[in-house]
Ligand binder design. Structure first.
Ligand code: V55
Ligand code: FE
Length: 491
């Protein structure tokens, strides 16, 4: 039953999908040493799994919010010789500091300054909630609407915004930069760099030691959410989708993005060496939205771009521009291919399998190479019942490994009332073959309001976890994470 909030209540979160049950804010910053382990953490798995989540510190200023707008809370699971310790810390953003001082929300709707309390006009609204990056010996929390926030990997203390010693001239940085495993170079981009609904996209070439050595700008056909990118040895590619930022709507206090399927889906391909003057545009035969990329690879003159793609926009988060009855459709893994030797602008599209999914990962040592396998979150009703919808839609009940050579799908079903999140692939050793790694995955135990972390052998998901690390509490559902080598966390 919904209990109305009495006017005399103190601080209260709304009783809505984003704020209740397993999705409710956790807000606890703390440390748990020597977590319970069922089974054995693999020998040699020393380092840390660190990831970002959005965990609202305050009830929303205007009574409701989307889950993308929570405050960045970082979860760090440190592995040392079979033992595991957990650390959770908020990113100390300017937003969180101001709101803590005021003991209430001051920032309004997602990325909409026109809905903020006047007392924070001009203040950085970064939530730092989407992903983490370890590169050049530095750890960052990333949000595509703002600068990276540097963190101390041992303490998770916030060191402040990072603009690459002044070389990053815009005000944003993607949450999905790509590390070239062959060179150690970081390929990154920024959109909305001028702070408004601009069409400019900045590209960044960042050396293995973290120096921003080259920056160039190109223009997209319209201003939209550019969440991810694809990187192969010789190219950078973007799928520009009509999740439009319409500044007139934003000024009226409406959502930052609106789904406008009257606009084309365009693929930009930029040669890494030549840069933006070599850009080519291709036109997709279908309208929809890339949710996350899987991998890109080259085969002669053909560039293959593998990603999850939905024929609808992301309507659980943002409205449709013209059809209030439109509903969200699930994403599937697709291979989009463009021929750079041909003068035409066509894209050919092939569905990689028939399993709905999202949150893909690959063995990161093979980014830019043809990979035989990838991993993703999914629900497979043949293995267990679907779970009640959360703020992101239906929770995953399974992880899946897709084999692109045989078509085989290998599933890990997490059990009743259990929801795996995006996994992390860690190779068993530096020279282990492709796919020979551990898959670390946060699993919600929804009925218990608690969280586990499982470690699976990436070669055999159906065999179930080699170790289940039992947290004594819930940590908030997250987005994306990475692996920190032992030396980063003092091992
Ligand atoms: C995404 C996530 C975001 C965001 C924009 O997963 C896009 C897509 C967690 O924040 O601000
Ligand atoms: Fe993402």
């Amino acid at each position: 039953m919904t209990v109305a909030h009495a006017a005399e209540d103190g601080l209260r979160f709304p009783d809505s999908l984003v704020f209740r049950g397993y999705a409710a804010p956790v807000r606890i910053e703390g440390d748990v040493y020597d977590l319970e382990v069922i089974g054995r953490i693999p020998e040699g798995l020393n380092g840390a799994y660190v990831r970002a989540s959005a965990d609202h510190a305050y009830p929303p200023l205007h009574g409701k919010d989307i889950f993308l707008n929570g405050d960045g809370m970082i979860h760090l699971l440190r592995f040392e010789n079979g033992h595991a310790d957990l650390k959770t810390r908020y990113v100390q953003t300017e937003k969180l500091k101001r709101e803590r001082a005021a003991r209430r929300a001051l920032f309004g709707h997602y990325r909409n300054p026109f809905t903020d309390d006047p007392s924070v006009a001009g203040v950085d609204s970064n939530t730092a909630n989407t992903s983490v990056l370890w590169h050049g010996g530095r750890l960052f929390a990333l949000k595509e609407a703002a600068l990276p926030m540097q963190l101390d990997p041992r303490t998770l203390e916030t060191l402040g915004p990072w603009n690459f010693n002044g070389k990053l001239t815009g005000r944003t940085f993607t949450a999905h930069p790509k590390i070239d495993p062959k060179t150690g170079e970081l390929i990154a981009f920024s959109y909305n760099t001028s702070g408004q609904a601009s069409k400019e996209i900045d590209l960044h070439w960042i050396s293995p030691d973290g120096e921003l050595v080259r920056q160039e700008t190109f223009e997209a056909p319209y201003p939209s959410m550019v969440h991810d990118c694809l990187v192969s040895p010789n190219y950078i590619a973007f799928t520009i989708c009509p999740m439009l930022c319409d500044w007139e709507r934003v000024k009226r206090g409406e959502p930052y993005f609106v789904w406008d399927p009257s606009l084309p889906v365009m693929v930009a391909v930029i040669p890494r060496k030549e840069g933006v003057k070599g850009i080519r545009w291709f036109r997709s035969p279908i309208i929809g939205m890339e949710t996350h990329t899987i991998n890109a690879w080259e085969d002669g003159s053909v560039l293959h771009l593998d990603h999850f793609f939905t024929r609808s926009g992301w309507l659980s988060q943002f409205p449709h521009a013209s059809d209030p009855d439109a509903h969200e459709l699930p994403p599937f893994a697709e291979r989009w291919s463009v021929d750079l030797a041909s003068a035409d602008d066509s894209v050919s599209i092939e569905r990689l399998n028939e399993q709905v999914g999202e949150m893909p990962v690959i063995d990161p040592r093979y980014l830019g190479q043809k990979t035989r396998r990838f991993f993703f979150g999914t629900a497979n009703p043949a293995l267990g019942p679907m779970l009640d919808w959360g703020p992101k839609g239906p929770p995953f009940t399974c992880l899946c490994r897709a084999d692109l050579e045989t078509g085989e799908l290998d599933y890990y079903y997490a059990g009743p009332d259990s929801s795996p999140e995006e996994p992390l692939f860690v190779p068993k050793s530096a020279d282990a073959p492709e796919n020979d790694g551990w898959l670390i995955c946060v699993v919600g135990r929804r009925a218990e309001n608690r969280t586990d972390v499982v470690i699976l052998d990436a070669c055999d998901l159906a065999a179930g976890p080699v170790a289940t690390i039992r947290l004594p509490c819930r940590i908030h559902e997250g987005f994306h994470g990475t692996w920190l080598p032992p030396q980063a966390v003092g091992l």
